[in-house]
Design a protein around this ligand. Structure first.
Ligand code: HXC
Length: 264
């Protein structure tokens, strides 16, 4: 029998959402370089696919991903990890993609698995989710954006505590801390992430260029000073007035009908 694919993809009918399921269940979806390469190419082709408006990355009920594959890590030397730049393509790629990428987290999201979720545009989780950066326990530190993104997500005190102890955070704590946007029972998480009101399918139903502009503006909040960020926002906002979809959206509202987006 052929080996099981490391990722599985699905495109539920009429959703315009691509679901990417990490699929190494026997090792809690440890992110081998082979899996990460496949993930990056699936993300890139979904970002370029005109039928797709949003992407959901998920795992299984036990694990979103329990981190880098420790077996692989243990065999790497400094020059090889430096050259390989493990997870960097995904961690820096997701923010540069035009389409929203959502992490739907069940179970463990640890180390590189948590960093993958942090690189996503938003996180939905189940009541059994556990988030943590346990690298310190292995004699290393987070290396795919964890130290920087976690501070921005939940503030210095909580981030420092998690990174220096390796302690995990439950989804209740994560919701209170502003780390995640929504929480569902485990068996409902994926369906909700795709179909529930105001989740992936809803994002995918709006004008693609407008959603891309909104994503860009939000992500720049971490990069720019407040005045530069507000200037960027204003210029993107004024740019929307040049689009057919601004005309369509406002006209449809005034005519009390559903807009029919032109993606233009
Ligand atoms: C390789 C892993 C793994 C990992 C689990 N497994 N996590 N293999 N890499 N990250 C394997 C186990 O070895 C085991 O294989 C099987 O998956 C099931 O795991 P168990 O430990 O038996 O499950 P459980 O007792 O339920 O404990 C779950 C767990 C624990 C608490 C999540 O597995 C764990 O602590 N995993 C490591 C988490 C971690 O340290 N992640 C950070 C990695 S470093 P066998 O063959 O025994 O059945 C990192 C750096 C990123 O991510 C840097 C980015 C640049």
């Amino acid at each position: 029998t052929p080996p099981e694919p490391l990722i599985l993809t699905a495109n539920p009918p009429d959703s315009h959402v691509l679901v990417i399921k990490l699929n190494r269940p026997r090792v809690l979806n440890a992110l081998s370089t082979a899996l990460v390469d496949l993930l990056l190419s699936a993300l890139k082709s979904a970002d370029a696919d005109p039928d797709i408006g949003a992407i959901v990355i998920t795992g299984n009920e036990k694990a979103f991903a329990a981190g880098a594959d420790i077996k692989e890590l243990a065999s790497l030397s400094f020059p090889s990890i430096y050259i390989q730049d493990y997870l960097r393509g995904v961690s820096e790629g997701i923010p540069s993609f035009k389409k929203p990428v959502i992490a739907a987290v069940n179970g463990h999201a640890l180390g590189g698995g948590f960093e993958l979720a942090l690189a996503c545009d938003t996180i939905f989780a189940s009541t059994n989710a556990q988030f943590g950066l346990p690298e310190v326990k292995l004699g290393t530190i987070p290396g795919a954006g964890g130290t920087q993104r976690l501070v921005r997500a939940i503030g210095k005190a909580k981030a420092m505590h998690m990174i220096l102890t390796g302690d995990t955070m439950s989804s209740t704590e994560a919701l209170n801390a502003g780390l995640i946007a929504k929480v569902y029972p485990p068996e409902q998480l994926l369906d909700a992430a795709i179909n529930a009101d105001s989740l992936a399918k809803t994002m995918a139903s709006y004008s693609r260029p407008i959603v891309a502009m909104a994503k860009e503006a939000v992500l720049q909040a971490d990069q720019l000073s407040l005045s530069d960020g507000i200037r960027l926002e204003r210029s993107l906002y004024y740019s929307t007035f040049t689009t057919a979809d601004f005309t369509e959206g406002t006209t449809a509202f005034l005519q009390k009908r559903t807009p029919s987006w032109k993606n233009a």
